[in-house]
Every structure is written in C-alpha cells, then in structure tokens.
Design a protein around this ligand. Structure first.
Ligand SMILES: [Zn+2]
Length: 87
C-alpha cells in the first residue's frame, strides 16, 4: 500500500517570511511603496528605485529621493512612538 502525498505545504508567504530582506544603498531614484506582501505579519514595503525591502520591525527608516519619509511609513513610526520624542 503506497500512500503518496505531495508535500506542497510551503506557500509563497512562508518563503517570504524566511527570506532575508533585500537592503541596498538607496540612491536618488528611490521611491517607497507598500507591497501587497506581508512578512511575519507586518506590511512589507519596497523601493522602486533600488529594490530594497522594509518592514516596520527594521531599525532604520526608509526615505524617498527627496529625503522625506513616505507618509505610510511615517504613520507607522508615529503610531509606534506616541510620545514623538519631542526635543
Ligand atoms: Zn531605495
């Protein structure tokens, strides 16, 4: 008796969870956008300029080519630090 079950339990999302983020030096063409992908339950962002990837759990904050933090990412950072570190 041969029971063959193809092990196809690994979904694409699992591989995204395990794969390291791509982080590249950002250049003057950077433009950050939220992707439809989630990584470990966090929304994943990607830069169309240099191909870097970012999730809110990272210790750095992405910036667009004009030096501004993208509004979506700024909103996440503000929500994380309600006291807003006023100097
Ligand atoms: Zn970039």
């Amino acid at each position: 008796m041969t029971l063959f079950r193809p092990t196809r339990s690994r979904a694409t999302t699992t591989r995204v969870d395990l794969a390291p983020l791509r982080v590249r030096p950002c250049r003057d063409l950077c433009s950050w956008h939220r992707t439809p992908v989630e990584r470990r339950g966090e929304a994943m962002f990607a830069c169309r300029g240099c191909g870097s990837q970012w999730v809110p759990g990272e210790h750095w904050t992405p910036r667009d080519r004009d030096g501004a933090v993208p509004p979506d990412i700024l909103a996440i950072r503000r929500a994380e630090a309600p006291e807003d570190a006023a100097p």
